[in-house]
Design a protein around this ligand. Sequence first.
Ligand SMILES: C[S@@+](CC[C@H](N)C(=O)[O-])C[C@H]1O[C@@H](n2cnc3c(N)ncnc32)[C@H](O)[C@@H]1O
Length: 233
Amino acid sequence: MGKDKLRRFEENKNFHNLYQPSFDEIFHRDYELKGRWGEHVFGNNHPIVLELGCGKGEYTLALAALHEDMNFLGMDIKGARLWRGARTALEEHRSNVAFVRGRIEFIESFFGPGEVSEIWITFPDPQPKRENKRLTAPPFLNKYKAFLKPEAVIHLKTDSRELFDYTKEVVQQREDMRILEAIPDIYRSGEVPAHEILSVRTYYESHFLAQGKAITYLKFAVDNPAIQTEAAG
Ligand SMILES: C[S@@+](CC[C@H](N)C(=O)[O-])C[C@H]1O[C@@H](n2cnc3c(N)ncnc32)[C@H](O)[C@@H]1O
């Protein structure tokens, strides 16, 4: 392992805004912060927005700067990338930002029912050969639904037209989810994207744009009447 990576891993241990549960803490059991992120990590009950596969956390940080009255959590498995996001959040004194190192496959161990208001999935690996590994495949969407608030929203930004089309189709086939927006090329004819937040360029987005790829955006709602009843009752 490179010296730089080792140094980052060492520094990660001292970042109070980075949570790195061990495998034993989440495998077939609830992580101690499940259902308690608001109270224990952010010290408030503001809505929590989750970025999955956040890499260096560009979206988590940009969203947090725009919405100081909300909490943002970036999740990824790669510690050296999370180091960048966590460090920037500390340098910018962003108390509404935290990062968590973990596998999205075990996400049900991390969040309780109705704990998260919104999810961003930014440039996930498109997994052309392994549908079940795609972060928008039905088994993943079912896992997310279990911890999303009623009428939560999921955003997918990707350079993969295949993943965009696939996700759109998956959502259209479900009765509990609805497409809200589907933009096949956010920079069409050099225009500025329709929403300011779509202008944020992650590390991977810059790389894909340099290759001349179109960047797509999909936004869909998740109806969650079970949680709604629970919350209302
Ligand atoms: C292509 S990169 C995109 C990173 C960042 N969102 C960006 O746009 O620059 C995909 C990211 O997802 C993370 N990732 C992929 N599969 C994952 C999984 N199952 N659990 C957690 N992180 C995962 C990778 O570590 C990587 O940082």
